[in-house]
Design a protein around this ligand. Structure first.
Ligand code: ZN
Length: 129
């Protein structure tokens, strides 16, 4: 008896995902994206930073190569996020855009207390002296 291979309506091969796989693929589109993000964290971080800069009408002069090196030096792509100790990219001079000379790594808490929160009682607590 010939082996019947079901071609239509394959489900995604990711554990716990029950979505339909993309045509001729083993995974669905969302899992494919998640997988891409896991494999290329710096590329994703670069795209997000670039999009954010555009949304906030800031110049973005970083090349991917510069950004990649910056990430490698500081581990930004590994420790980025929204927790207090997460790393963020800070523009040294806020009137300028993103360029390799104007960015530095900063923790999320230090970055959020920088700038507009002067006068806030918490402002001085997170500033490293
Ligand atoms: Zn999936």
């Amino acid at each position: 008896m010939p082996l019947i291979v079901k071609k239509a309506k394959k489900t995604c091969q990711t554990d716990g995902c029950h979505k339909k796989a993309a045509p001729d693929r083993r995974h669905c589109y969302s899992c494919k994206q998640t997988r891409y993000a896991e494999l290329h964290p710096i590329r994703i971080a670069f795209n997000i930073t670039k999009q954010n800069a555009k949304r906030r009408h800031k110049d973005f002069e970083l090349t991917y190569t510069q950004f990649e090196l910056f990430c490698m030096q500081h581990g930004y792509h590994i420790n980025k996020g929204r927790s207090k100790e997460s790393l963020t990219i800070d523009r040294i001079d806020n009137s300028l855009g993103y360029s390799i000379d104007n960015i530095q790594i900063m923790t999320f808490s230090a970055n959020s207390s920088k700038g507009s929160r002067i006068g806030d009682a918490n402002y001085f607590h997170d500033v490293p002296f």
